[in-house]
Design a protein around this ligand. Structure first.
Ligand SMILES: O=C(CO)[C@H](O)[C@H](O)COP(=O)(O)O
Length: 232
């Protein structure tokens, strides 16, 4: 089974948790896209749900698949958010933002009763940090913000190269919120909760890709089948 089939399997397993009448957060990325497509098939067959997309890309996918959409201004909570991740550790802390949607993804996950993370099992790691940590920043004053980020890294015992993310065409990547992303190659983040707190305190940092205590469960698809891991 190839990687894409594993992602679809994880998405299908998460779909089993969806009940009629639910309000759903719809994640971003290639795995979350499978979930939106499968959800669209269930909606076409009569399932009554409504979704909040975490990116303009997911909004377009959901519209194409016929999934009814709303916003967090129109409803007061979400039952489940289903989203992918770039890394998942045994505490179900995550690195997200490889697709650049971390800000809306975190707002939507935080508004949800449950967050189910779906992934192929290559995303499972003993310690976060091999995947570059995305930090969403305001372009104004970027030099000062970067120095603040470096200080936070030093205080939390990590270090590594930082680079402003670029799109395939070479231009600076701009998020749906109009911000930039700095990707930091940290290698190993021993204390992700402390680093998350330190990064959140920096003026100029809009959000970062450390999702601490947000995921309720992870559905991991691998060669030997599907594993569902619940947060302890
Ligand atoms: O955080 C994300 C987007 O901002 C994605 O969930 C993450 O990058 C995983 O994507 P994929 O399912 O394509 O591997």
């Amino acid at each position: 089974m190839n990687m894409d089939q594993l992602k679809r399997q994880a998405a299908a397993r998460a779909l089993e948790e969806v009940r009629d009448g639910m309000q759903l957060g719809l994640g971003t990325g290639s795995t979350a896209k499978h979930f939106v497509e499968l959800l669209g098939e269930r909606v076409a067959a009569g399932l009554n749900v409504i979704g909040v997309p975490t990116s303009e890309a997911t909004r377009a996918d959901a519209e194409r698949c016929g999934v009814p959409l709303t916003t967090l201004d129109e409803i007061d909570h979400l039952d489940i958010t289903v989203d992918g991740a770039d890394e998942i550790d045994p505490e179900l802390n995550l690195i997200k933002g490889g697709g650049g949607a971390l800000l809306r993804e975190k707002i939507v996950a935080a508004a949800s009763d449950r967050m189910i993370v779906i992934a192929d099992d290559t995303k499972w790691v003993p310690t976060l940090g091999r995947f570059p940590l995305p930090v969403e920043v305001i372009p104004f004053g970027l030099g000062a913000t970067r120095r603040g980020i470096e200080k936070a890294f030093a205080e939390c015992g990590v270090s590594g190269q930082m680079a402003v993310r670029r799109a395939k065409d070479g231009h600076v990547f701009v998020t749906d919120g109009g911000h930039w992303i700095v990707d930091a190659q940290l290698g190993r983040i021993a204390d992700p909760a402390s680093l998350a707190k330190a990064l959140s305190a920096i003026p100029g940092v809009v959000e970062h890709g450390l999702f601490i205590g947000l995921a309720s469960s992870a559905v991991l698809a691998g060669g030997e089948g599907i594993r569902v891991i619940e947060r302890r």
